[in-house]
Design a protein around this ligand. Sequence first.
Ligand SMILES: [Zn+2]
Length: 62
Amino acid sequence: MQTVCCVCQKTKSRTGWIQGQSSKETRVSHGYCPDCFHQTMARAQDWLLARSGGNRSLAVGQ
Ligand SMILES: [Zn+2]
């Protein structure tokens, strides 16, 4: 099964993630390449921090 990044459409190969290579595999699994995984995690953290609002300053004891 081929793994394709659902953000930048890179395809996972034995040597790494390759941009712009369309998969001939019929069974494709969508996931995140390491770059997009980190970006998505950072965005999720920002979102959670923004959502918790002013609680952040309380959390660090200020
Ligand atoms: Zn990606």
